[in-house]
Design a protein. Structure first.
Length: 72
């Protein structure tokens, strides 16, 4: 047994684990649908679109911050 230990290969160095971004950036963005046919419905739809756009933009900002190495 003593002779076999000299032929052993050293173990490979441990690989560096890359942390993943927060799970919240992987949720799908909401796509509001226009329901109704009045001006009030159009305004509500516009507000829903703005909120969905802000949510998706926040996810992109979070991914960019993670990618550049900033803490979230």
């Amino acid at each position: 047994m003593l002779f076999l230990s000299s032929c052993a290969q050293p173990p490979p160095p441990p690989s560096v684990l890359q942390p993943l971004p927060p799970e919240t950036v992987f949720t799908r963005c909401e796509k509001p649908l226009l329901s109704g046919n009045t001006w009030g419905d159009a305004v509500s739809y516009t507000l829903a679109l703005q909120m969905a756009l802000q949510t998706c933009a926040g996810q992109v900002e979070m991914l960019n911050a993670w990618r550049s190495g900033l803490t979230l």
